[in-house]
Design a protein around this ligand. Structure first.
Ligand code: PGA
Length: 250
């Protein structure tokens, strides 16, 4: 049993205003009959929907996050969104997602600067790390731990303690090929043990209502980051329902 479980919904580049309204309305309707005690549920819609989402979740226990941010509070960076702009709308921000590392060439260095800037602006970063391929144990551990080390490079222990890590093996994202829960547990443990402070570690990669229980059962996994399955209210609500079984009753 866990004291708290974190559920982060990463909508990625999905959701027009109309679709977003429909999805949040369906989640809210489903939550009327579900207890969310002990759960922290963070929705991360596209930037364009954050303002409307903020209005829609008012009075609920749902929280909001962005999917990315710039590494400076302001400046001549056409098309970018700064953490300082985001604090008006949300409390969390996903940083270093593998899709940003892969398609937008984000390096460990850039990720660490974004984390620092997000914390300075008052956002809580959800930092994604994970090996690209299934490979030799030592190599993949090294790849993940290097990402973690870089992520905390500019942070003192107090700042570090505000981070949330998401262990997301890249080969498991959007493939329907989730990691073995005990393997994800070991990797989470490794991440936790590499840091001087205690931080939550989530698992992400092809999480579905049918496999999520396996991850909640793991001692070192504090929640999940959900992509595809968070875009369907019925799947997302099932995941919430499952999570409730693994948090201790208040
Ligand atoms: P997925 O995505 O659940 O669709 O695999 C997870 C993620 O990208 O964070």
């Amino acid at each position: 049993m866990k004291e708290e479980i974190l559920l982060v919904a990463n909508w990625k580049m999905y959701g027009t205003k109309k679709e977003g309204i429909k999805l949040i309305s369906a989640i809210k309707a489903g939550l009327k009959n579900l207890s969310t005690e002990g759960l922290t549920i963070v929705l991360c819609p596209p930037f364009t929907f954050l303002e409307k989402a903020k209005e829609l979740i008012e009075g609920t226990r749902l929280k909001l996050g962005a999917q990315n941010c710039h590494f400076l509070p302001c400046g001549a960076y056409t098309g970018e969104i700064s953490p300082l702009m985001l604090v008006d709308y949300c409390q969390y921000v996903i940083i270093g997602h593998s899709e940003r590392r892969r398609y937008f060439f984000e390096t460990d260095q850039l990720v660490s600067e974004k984390i620092k800037a997000a914390l300075e602006a008052g956002l809580r970063p959800i930092v994604c790390v994970g090996e690209k391929q299934k490979k030799h144990k030592k190599e993949k551990e090294e790849e993940v731990l290097n990402q973690v080390k870089a992520a905390v490079a500019y942070l003192d222990n107090k700042k570090m303690a505000q981070l949330i890590f998401a262990y997301e093996p890249v080969w498991a994202i959007g493939t329907g090929n989730e990691a073995d829960p005990s393997y994800a547990n070991r990797m989470s443990q490794l991440i936790k043990e590499s840091l001087p402070v205690n931080v939550p570690v989530l698992y992400g990669g092809s999480v579905e209502p049918d496999n999520v229980g396996g991850f909640f059962k793991q001692e070192m996994i504090d929640g999940v980051l959900i992509g595809g399955a968070s875009l369907q209210a019925s799947y997302f609500l099932k995941i919430i329902q499952k999570a409730r079984r693994y948090v201790s009753q208040p």
